[in-house]
Design a binder for this molecule. Structure first.
Ligand SMILES: [Zn+2]
Length: 550
């Protein structure tokens, strides 16, 4: 067994590295641990031997300690729980890192507090300079209404202000911002967007939905290359703290790819990146001969990213039945299905994986139609089409997803964190939302995702939310979709690796794989599921190096 594992491992290394290995053995052994491996051949283990950035062996204390040489550092883990590093398969790390550097963080309990910060920020800026805010959440503020143009005019009459909802699909602006963007009450709704108006007066409320947000000509300060790198460094540190070792950047662009590479070269990147390429930027990449998978084990080119419909947290996802409390609000389709097809076809034919933001059942149906058409016209052996979010499903959609071998990437922390918004969907519809049980039962390799900023990214919250289906407020939503802790861990590790074609490299703790792992304060399979969120992350390792130690 030992020889076989060594051989398997050595075959992954060059001859020079292999000779070093036999001289020195593992440089690190973690033993006396409670290891959840996510390897079906050996689900539990006690010790793990690491050489360089790879796992050499996983097994009992006795087996693994036998490998030690005088050069091996032995660490007694005091029976702490170890899992593979978590993989967040849909998030927005580069852009949110930059926003954490520059914008006001509006995840506050009241509109009054947001106004105070806007006022303070405006005082530090020149006249006409824009005030930016993000992570505003309308259902988390005590006033029980949207922040509006009057609020923002009061806070900053002489500065244009734009506050983005944490869901990222709607924006809230003041009069100065409207004036500087040339928008007034007679401006028409663009295709795929909506400008909110007071139903009685017709006046603009300052709320812009979906493509209407593009009408706001916010002049972001010109960012230096160093600021892009600083944003990556900041978010990477935040992720390491939570136990996330790999992340898929779902709104990445060419510039982000560059920032990740520079951060990696500078030695400040602590998270492995799978960088989606957004919309039409893909054509530049195709012209340069680039496609999905180019890169290394730290920074890799991901799929094409496109979008068909709106957001769950902002209630713009396109549904077949209206939102609860409305007769005619079905949400928004933001792309023309034929345009979506053309973009996806060009990427598919150039060797790209494809991920389409598809939230509502109507949006998912359209996207699956595009994927089915592509496979009919130019079949690809292992396309691993991705349905980014894939929130509201039904039996027929699940069957089509399974038939295509497509990968849903649903929000993992929403049931817990956005519980108060679930009333807009209703208890019945929740039986078919974030539908992990349905996906697993159909043999679909669903992933764990935060979509941060829209959802918190902490993996322990994701596991608790998926296992209990209980919100922070005690509300139970769609208990039929509950899964086990073991299933949730696999979704958050190995399935994430599969979604980036890297299941042979990471996602479980087995010989030959990258040494990416997390040390937890207690075992999530043993505690009350309602307390998983309280389990502290003690240490995070990426490529054999501790990147976070409590
Ligand atoms: Zn997203």
């Amino acid at each position: 067994m030992l020889q076989l594992n060594r051989r398997k491992f050595v075959s992954l290394l060059g001859p020079l590295a292999a000779s070093t290995l036999f001289k020195t053995g593992p440089n690190l052994i973690l033993h006396n641990a409670n290891i959840i491996t996510v390897d079906p051949n050996q689900p539990k283990a006690q010790a793990i031997a690491i050489f360089g950035d790879r796992i050499l062996h996983v097994g009992t204390n006795e087996e693994v300690l036998k490998l030690a040489t005088t050069f091996t550092q032995l660490v007694d883990m005091g029976e702490r729980t170890i899992t593979p590093g978590f993989i967040d398969a849909h998030s927005h790390p580069a852009s949110s890192g930059r926003r954490h550097l520059i914008d006001i963080d509006c995840s506050l309990d009241s509109i009054a507090e947001i106004k105070k910060l806007v006022r303070e920020k405006a005082m530090t800026l020149e006249k006409d300079e824009w005030v930016f805010g993000f992570k505003y959440d309308d259902t988390k503020t005590s006033e029980g209404r949207y922040i509006n143009i009057i609020d923002l005019d009061e806070a900053a009459p002489d500065h244009p202000v734009i506050i983005n909802h944490r869901g990222g699909h709607t924006a809230f602006v003041n009069s100065k911002a409207l004036k500087m963007s040339g928008i007034n009450a007679s401006t028409k709704d663009p295709n795929g967007g909506h400008i909110d108006r007071d139903p009685n007066t017709g006046d603009l409320t300052g709320r812009f939905l979906e493509t209407a947000t593009d009408l706001i000509k916010a002049d972001r300060p010109r960012l230096t290359d160093q600021m892009y790198i600083d944003g990556v460094e900041l978010i990477s540190n935040m992720l390491a703290k939570s136990g996330i070792t790999s992340i898929h950047d779902a709104s990445g662009g060419i510039k982000d790819l560059d920032a990740y590479q520079q951060a990696n070269k500078n030695g400040v990147l602590k998270t492995r990146i799978y960088n989606h390429i957004r919309g039409f930027q893909i054509y530049k990449m195709i012209a340069a001969g680039v496609s999905t998978g180019l890169g290394d084990k730290w920074v890799k080119v991901g799929p094409l990213k496109s979008v068909i419909d709106g957001s769950i947290s902002e209630r713009t996802a396109r549904l077949s039945e209206p939102y609860i409390g409305s007769k005619d609000d079905y949400g928004i389709l933001v792309s023309d299905p034929e345009d979506l097809y053309t973009l996806c076809r060009d990427a598919h034919n150039a060797g790209w994986q494809i991920g389409v933001h598809s939230n509502g059942d109507v949006g998912i149906d359209i996207t699956l139609g595009v994927f089915e058409r592509l496979q009919k016209e130019s079949p690809k052996k292992d396309p691993r089409f991705r349905l980014e979010h894939c929130t509201v499903i039904n039996d027929s959609l699940v069957k089509r997803i399974a038939a295509l071998g497509a990968i849903p990437c649903p929000f993992s922390t929403y049931v817990y964190w956005h519980s108060e918004k679930m009333k807009f969907y209703g208890a019945e519809r929740l039986n078919n939302m974030f539908a992990l049980r349905s996906f697993l039962d159909a043999g679909i390799r669903v992933t764990q995702t935060s979509d941060y900023p829209p959802g918190p990214y902490e993996p322990m919250m994701a596991i608790q939310s998926s296992v209990t289906r209980v919100g922070y407020d005690g509300q139970l939503w769609g208990p039929n979709q509950r899964i086990t802790v073991e299933e949730a861990i696999k979704i958050g590790t190995l399935n994430g690796a599969y979604a980036s074609y890297e299941e042979h490299e990471k996602g479980s703790l087995e010989a030959g794989k990258l040494a990416d792992l997390v040390v937890l304060g207690s075992d999530p399979t043993q505690v009350d599921p309602m307390t998983i969120i309280d389990i502290p992350v003690m240490k995070t390792m990426v490529g054999g190096q501790w990147v976070y130690v409590v």
